[in-house]
Design a protein around this ligand. Structure first.
Ligand SMILES: CC(C)(COP(=O)(O)OP(=O)(O)OC[C@H]1O[C@@H](n2cnc3c(N)ncnc32)[C@H](O)[C@@H]1OP(=O)(O)O)[C@@H](O)C(=O)NCCC(=O)NCCS
Length: 173
């Protein structure tokens, strides 16, 4: 039987599904705790994976600045793991941020082997001051954090960002 996997931007009706996917992993401190309000407030940062029309995975990308974005809240429903969905979600984010002109993505993770498979390299957390001094510093585990920082430079990013068409064009006399 052929199965259909697709990656798309999240929409409001996905929020309860995203929340349900994240809870067990947030409870184990593998990912950030988020309530439904928080997911709504960051909805434009989320991609979801559908497996035969069911939400099977989620990822979020947060842009820090000119050349740095963080992959967050990556979870694949355990029932659908090892089908390539995690890879598609990460690659979807990479493509998305590359199109926005951002050249580097990173993650703080316990699944280093997964990210290495996807072409990431281990870096020191100190090389990511935007994260460490804005987010990590507020974390209870700041002093003894055992997550590993991984990053990937996106070779396909255009040196000049793609031409973004104006949303509104006015002609005035
Ligand atoms: C990590 C996670 C997202 C991977 O999702 P997945 O859909 O099972 O991964 P994929 O099937 O796309 O795997 C892609 C490749 O990585 C490998 N891989 C998957 N999980 C791995 C792991 N924990 N360690 C090492 N390699 C792993 C796969 O074998 C596959 O390799 P292949 O291409 O040679 O076959 C999923 O296991 C998960 O949700 N884990 C719990 C939450 C979590 O840890 N999130 C990460 C937060 S940063």
């Amino acid at each position: 039987m052929t199965h259909r996997i697709s990656i798309r931007n999240a929409i409001a009706s996905d929020v309860p599904h995203i929340y349900t996917l994240l809870i067990p992993f947030a409870d184990k401190d593998i990912i950030l705790q988020r309530d439904e309000d928080n997911i709504f407030q960051h909805l434009q940062e989320f991609l979801v994976a559908e497996y035969d029309g069911k939400i099977a995975g989620v990822i979020c990308v947060h842009i820090y600045g000119k050349n740095l974005a963080e992959l967050r809240s990556l979870v694949v429903d355990p029932a659908y793991q090892k089908h390539g969905i995690g890879r598609l979600l990460v690659e979807g984010c990479e493509q998305w941020v590359a199109e926005l002109g951002v050249a580097k993505v990173f993650a703080l993770t316990y699944v280093t082997g997964f990210f290495i498979k996807l072409g990431y390299r281990i870096v020191s957390k100190e090389s990511l001051p935007q994260k460490v001094w804005t987010v990590c510093v507020h974390c209870a585990r700041f002093a003894d954090c055992d997550e590993v920082a991984v990053e990937k430079v996106l070779a396909d990013v255009p040196i000049q960002p793609m031409t973004i068409l104006p949303i509104i064009e006015l002609e005035q006399e």
